[in-house]
Write a protein that binds this ligand. Sequence first.
Ligand SMILES: O=P(O)(O)OC[C@H]1O[C@H](OP(=O)(O)OP(=O)(O)O)[C@H](O)[C@@H]1O
Length: 433
Amino acid sequence: MVRNIVVIGGNSHPQLTQTICGVLGIPPADVLLSKFAVGETRVEIQESVREKDVYIIQSGGGKVNDHLLELLITISACKTASARRVTAVLPLFPYSRQSDIPYDKAGAPLVKSSVRDRPSNGYTFESTPPTPGPGMKTEGLGLMNGMENLQKSLAKAQIEESNGSPVKRRPANGLPRSDTADSLKSLTNGVHEDSSSNVSNSSKINSFQPRPGYKQWVAQAGTLVADLLTCAGADHIITMDLHDPQYQGYFDIPVDNLYGRPLLKSYIQRNIPDYKQAVVVSPDAGGAKRATAIADSMGMEFALIHKERRPTKITDRQNATMMLVGDVRDRTAILIDDLADTSNTITRAAKLLKKEGASKVYALVTHGILSGDAIERINASALDKVVVTNSVDQSEHLRRCPKLEVLEVGHVFAEAIRRVHHGESISVLFQYD
Ligand SMILES: O=P(O)(O)OC[C@H]1O[C@H](OP(=O)(O)OP(=O)(O)O)[C@H](O)[C@@H]1O
């Protein structure tokens, strides 16, 4: 039994909390996790955590936003109740697929197709508009252009006023008082259009295009989530198989990223007949390192599927954008990935592998998120077996998916908690060879 330690389970995965507490030999702490009628999360810690080492178990998946907020409020409640240290245990780390803005193959930030499809003549990676500087020609550029247009409009208004013509004035909220089309016309005139143009108002609105080079920013939600956790008071994070291991660098508190690989490897050794003759397959380039680590350490062959998310032909959505590099003919193929969400990736990969002659296809995935109709997709797919860990609650998935097998991660997290609590090294839990 471990002393002076408190384990609090969030609503995301009560069974995992029970397993962890069972291994540690302590009961889960008494907490009240509920909601007000309006939907706001309510947390009450119903026992003392003063000077205690607190571990809060909350996984991603399911109602991920609710679970995240519940975790943040629980961390904050423990800190204000004088906990000595608060560790957030996130078997599946929420938002870790959104740790950075997406980049295209050329290394430029991804933009929406309306901008991406523009002719690239003269495109540079310089920001547009550039930062205004002394002596810089400002015509047609950002704020300076807006100022010039404003000055022109004011001058024009003064002339019209002195001629006795009616002049449109903006109300206090800054919008012109006339109808919407007129308002937008005058607004777009100030920034994007030549005011002398004769094009009709509605076509101007419909034909609005962002300025070339303008980047439609994608939120860096992963960074925000890292900041929210530390801001709420987390002193330490324990997680498993982060989608992007570099995400740890977004934190200024310790992050222990445990590996699910030992569990996957031991499943292969124990359950796949003649596994040395099987081929480990990564369903996309992003997971190649993960899959090769397993293949190399077990002396197995490796193949790679090149995955392109956008289908090129509407008539062949399933295979047109996937290509196998390697040979799986008459062999068992073992797909390795960090997570399955819609399960599109693994089911399409399985179809391709069977088409390429694989005799059997397994998918071994650390995080079985399996959202929406993922289970139906798996049931109807060429996959023979899908093996996931219970980093996300699998009880409902298990009921609906006869192909699913679940590996227990509770004891791995319990051991990590025990070691962190006693100040012992947990590097042994990172080893997977
Ligand atoms: O079940 P699905 O909905 O198909 O999602 C699963 C895929 O998504 C993730 O990769 P992602 O597509 O984010 O690309 P990356 O590996 O290049 O980051 C993950 O590594 C899987 O390959």
